[in-house]
Design a protein around this ligand. Structure first.
Ligand code: PLP
Length: 416
């Protein structure tokens, strides 16, 4: 230890003039990648005066903190080794079984030919699916706009994104067929059928069926990302595309981030057993297995508490906040059009022509309201865009009101 320290001190002295410093050669894959704009905006959250409609955080008062504390103490008392030791890559068997039952309680999501893996957040599924299915330069078809964290994962593996436009009831099928039949064919199609991030739109049952049929016809797998499906605040549930899948085309991703808490970093992926073998190896090369404590807590929450009641409580919180935000927008900012979401966490605003969206976002931020510029969710951020995203799950009602008032003031100023 002493020798190493002495040597490093001598080396530090030798190079202390500043004439040499390590320059890392960033891989082709990562060079030019930009950090998520939302994470960048969230860095400003340390400003206590800032109101954020920018993030996508679940309402903190919905976290089952007391149950987690109780189960955690019990587990550490009764089975410390089982909670703290290494475990299997696919996930703790009891937790996997509890999650399988939960996933299948309304529709058959996990079929006989499928397997289920517990992962560290659904972001990890997006990463592993790309790692397993894409070579550098391959095409991935995506809803456009869509979740920018997904774009980041796909791009980290050198995938080329081809956007498919969105309509009120989901993706444009004519465009999708064109993209599926093109050469090169996409390696998979990424979509968020429930309360899409960022648009809040829900893909209709008819479109889900049509998308599945196109996937089978052209042999393009679907990556169905469903972190918000449980958060319906109005309308009737629509079955996941995965529940239609009899050919193994659909890879289904769901998360406990929005119905338990995101800090647990727990999500699950359901897909055909053959693909699952590769996903398991991808995970072994990444983080070996998912946090055992999280998995065990999740199993306890699913088997010993009334999860459906808990989910209904979250829905009630979001229903109230969403309706409050929409009512205020109608009253104070009638110029802003928005999609009425049937669930999720976001409103997708559209500014009238003549109001510059980037300038609007900038002026809101100057007055300490953060919203996300809509072009951040586009495959090509340089495209003209009149949209911006507002989150209603995180801010308090008082801050929703203040935030909408800021938008109204900015619009009045820009309208002049
Ligand atoms: C559409 C979508 N997919 C995936 C994720 C990642 O969620 P997590 O990694 O917390 O499960 C998010 C996060 O907000 C999201 O909006």
């Amino acid at each position: 230890m002493t020798t190493v320290m002495r040597r490093s001190t001598r080396m530090a002295q030798e190079f202390d003039e500043g004439e040499w410093y390590m320059e890392f050669q960033i891989s082709n894959r990562m060079r030019g990648m930009k950090p998520s704009i939302i994470r960048e905006i969230l860095k400003q959250m340390s400003d206590p005066e800032l109101i954020s409609f920018a993030g996508g955080n679940p309402a903190a008062d919905s976290f089952p903190a007391a149950d987690i504390a109780r189960f955690s103490a019990e587990l550490l008392e009764n089975d410390p080794v089982g909670v703290l030791q290494y475990s299997v890559t696919e996930g703790v068997p009891a937790a996997r079984e509890a999650v399988r039952k939960f996933a299948n309680r309304h529709d058959e999501v996990v079929k006989d030919n499928d397997d289920l893996i517990l992962v560290s957040g659904s972001q990890q599924i997006l990463d592993f699916v790309t790692k397993c299915l894409c070579n550098e330069g391959d095409v991935v078809a995506v809803e456009n706009p869509a979740f920018l964290g997904a774009f980041l994962s796909f791009r980290c593996y050198g995938a080329k994104l081809v956007g498919v436009s969105m309509e009120e009831d989901g993706v444009d099928l004519t465009e999708l067929e064109k993209v599926f039949s093109a050469n090169p064919k996409p390696r998979f199609f990424y979509c968020i059928p429930n309360f899409q991030n960022p648009t809040g739109r829900t893909m209709s049952a008819e479109k889900r069926k049509a998308v599945y049929e196109l996937s089978v016809k052209y042999g393009v797998p679907i990556l169905e990302d469903d972190p918000y499906g449980e958060l319906r605040i109005s309308g009737q549930p629509v079955a996941p595309i995965k529940s239609l899948d009899i050919t193994g085309n659909v890879i289904y991703a769901a998360s406990f981030s929005k119905i338990m808490c995101p800090g647990m970093r727990l999500a699950y992926c359901v897909c055909d057993k053959a693909l699952m073998k590769s996903l398991v190896i991808a995970k072994q090369g990444s983080d070996v297995h998912t946090n055992v404590w999280s998995q065990r807590i999740c199993a306890q929450l699913l088997t010993r508490t009334d999860m459906d009641r808990h989910i209904e409580e979250i829905r009630q919180i979001y229903r109230e906040k969403a309706e409050y935000m929409m009512r205020l927008l109608d009253e104070k900012c009638p110029q802003i059009r928005y999609v009425r979401p049937e669930g999720g966490m976001f409103l997708w605003g559209t500014l009238p022509d003549g109001i510059d969206m980037q300038e609007f976002v900038k002026r809101c931020l100057e007055r300490k309201l953060a919203v996300v510029p809509g072009n951040a969710f586009l495959v090509d951020e340089t495209q003209p865009c009149q949209n911006f995203r507002m989150n209603f799950s995180t801010p308090t009602k008082a801050n929703i009101e203040k935030g909408v008032e800021i938008m109204a003031a900015v619009l009045a100023e820009m309208d002049r």
